[in-house]
Write a protein that binds this ligand. Sequence first.
Ligand code: PGA
Length: 250
Amino acid sequence: MRRKVIAGNWKMNMLPNEAIEYLQAFEPMVKNAEAEVILCVPYTDLFYCIMNAQGTNIKIGAQNMHYSETGAYTGEVSPKMLKVVGVEYVIIGHSERRAYYGETDEIVNKKVKAAFEYELKPIVCVGESLEQREAGKTEEIITSQTRLALEGLTPEQVKATIIAYEPIWAIGTGKTATSEDANNSIKSIRAEIAKIYGSEVAEEVIIQYGGSVKSSNAKELFETSDIDGGLVGGASLKPDEFSKIVNYNK
Ligand code: PGA
């Protein structure tokens, strides 16, 4: 049985003092959660969150990184920098990074490989736009994004990758994919992984759903056959609301 992994993506929100207050409120609410709990926070909150989450079941992740260890890349943060500060997870290839910062499948693949090189666990985002969906291309897009992101990884690395299926039209819009739709898309991602790496590997990969997840729809989504938790943006900004998502099964 795969575990459930529920990650918050704060995006460009929360100052350090707000992050600390959040953690103080959130920790007792999720301490008995069965799901694995991750908060992916801005770079400037990482240190504070890591210090304040010590000894709890809350894991801390970054939202992006460069793929090189060092170099003349003004404004970038390297995988080694994240590792040294105590980061455990890193979101890679979020649709906002693909759309606004030109992240291609090739860059995503380099970042995924770099994450493993520095022992960070990648949460790789894939998802179709509304236009692609309406043109009937959902499956083609998400399977090709998955294949290209994982290219060159060992089967063990593929097993340790978390994939977040996030239809772009559902992100921050209040429109959620139906649980059946999201589950089917995730099944097609799993089938693609099985085609390349075999079903034993595919059955172990955690594949989350993301896009307007909230406490009122989390249970229905997470109790389907193939959705192994969620990547949650807006609804992760309030400890009370996010704790209800984490505790969806209680
Ligand atoms: P949302 O964002 O939950 O606000 O739709 C999800 C995401 O972008 O990861």
